[in-house]
Design a protein around this ligand. Structure first.
Ligand SMILES: Cc1cc2nc3c(=O)[nH]c(=O)nc-3n(C[C@H](O)[C@H](O)[C@H](O)COP(=O)(O)OP(=O)(O)OC[C@H]3O[C@@H](n4cnc5c(N)ncnc54)[C@H](O)[C@@H]3O)c2cc1C
Length: 332
């Protein structure tokens, strides 16, 4: 748990006194920094700028491509949606966009350390770093295995690799989709991924099969998938296993195309292996997460670990992890 410095305490007390009841303690000339330019961070930066015209609003994003697409532009297949706000829109609104990686948050000095070596001061910090893979120990799941079995869960080059592997699939091939437990993923996006793969096989490889290894302990996604797949006449080619059916992956051997599960060994031609997720790395290194790997916070996003931080978007503990929920957190 972060203990604020005397300067922070005085500032916080003064600001809180001034804006008691608003839920957000911001002074007119504060430097408001938003870490992460996904949908939550980018929209929060715009909203902060509009609400506090005299404040300086900084948005720090390490991946410039995130700010390239509008919300209405459909993402490429297997890619995630863009931020929904372009760099131009942000800059025109007066948001200072810094394209850099925040490597450290120094709460005592109220400074952000950037990959480029710069250090930036802040008075209020909004943290919207999204998700990152959670380490897991599965025999054989090394860097080579991850390369060969792309998650395509937020990285465009993996999305392209998965697309190429599917294009090269033999007629009666076998595709395996591994989904992590529901609390450690984007459930709606996971369901969409299963439907997208099933649809692709139904159109292009009618003799091919899809197996979904869903490590959830309930069959909620399986039930929705079954309904939607039946409506779209996709059901025949897909087997959906949950943890109760033995979906847990114990080992992989990418050279042989083997996946060892509690239900036995599968042989796959294409494996879309989605890792369990947790809050982005900067949230963890800044001590904003708990043992779950997510950031505990109040309904208005105030971190319960650090009184100085507001958490936005997917990184929040218990978040729904959809675009709509990310935008709603920015609005709040
Ligand atoms: C493959 C996929 C498909 C999806 N499809 C849908 C869909 O169709 N509909 C839907 O509603 N939801 C979908 N989602 C979920 C949706 O994308 C997320 O809920 C939403 O993007 C969350 O927004 P966010 O801003 O919290 O996090 P993110 O979108 O993850 O953005 C976080 C940003 O922070 C940046 N960042 C992280 N750490 C740092 C740092 N240290 N310094 C600087 N920048 C940093 C990252 O580069 C990233 O741009 C999908 C997700 C995935 C993975």
């Amino acid at each position: 748990m972060f203990t604020p410095s005397r300067r922070h305490f005085a500032l916080g007390l003064m600001a809180a006194t001034m804006t008691a009841g608003t839920g957000l303690a911001i002074l007119p000339k504060d430097r408001l920094a938003v870490v992460g330019g996904g949908p939550a961070g980018a929209h929060a930066a715009l909203a902060l700028r509009a609400a506090h015209p005299k404040a300086t609003v900084l948005l720090l994003e390490r991946d410039p491509t995130r700010l390239g697409r509008g919300l209405d532009a459909a993402p490429a297949r297997f890619d995630r949606p863009g931020a929904g706000v372009s760099l131009d829109t942000l800059r025109r609104a007066g948001v200072e966009v810094v394209l850099d990686d925040v490597t450290q948050i120094d709460w005592t000095a109220a400074r952000l350390a950037l990959f480029s070596g710069r250090r930036l001061a802040f008075d209020r910090l909004f943290v919207a770093p999204g998700t990152a893979p959670r380490p897991e120990s599965i025999a054989g799941l090394d860097a080579m295995a991850r390369h060969a079995s792309p998650a395509a869960w937020g990285t465009p080059h993996e999305a392209r690799r998965l697309t190429a592997q599917l294009a090269a699939l033999r007629d009666n091939g076998h595709v395996v989709l591994r989904l992590p437990p529901r609390g450690q993923s984007h459930p709606q996006a996971a369901l969409d991924r299963a439907l997208t793969l099933a649809r692709l096989l139904a159109i292009r490889r009618t003799a091919a099969r899809l197996t979904v290894l869903d490590e959830s302990t309930d069959n909620r996604l399986a039930t929705i998938f079954a309904q939607q797949a039946a409506d779209q006449r996709l059901a025949g080619q897909t087997a959906w296993l949950t943890a109760q059916d033995g979906a847990l992956v114990r080992a992989v051997d990418v050279r042989r195309g083997w996946i060892e599960t509690d239900a036995g060994r599968l042989t796959a031609d294409v494996v879309n292996f989605i890792p369990p997720l947790q809050a982005g790395a900067i949230a963890r290194s800044a001590d904003l997460t708990d043992a779950s790997g997510w950031c505990p916070c109040t309904a208005t996003g105030h971190s319960t670990h650090c009184t100085e931080a507001v958490i936005l978007g997917d990184a929040r503990k218990g978040a729904v992890r959809t675009l709509a929920a990310a935008l709603e957190s920015a609005r709040v």
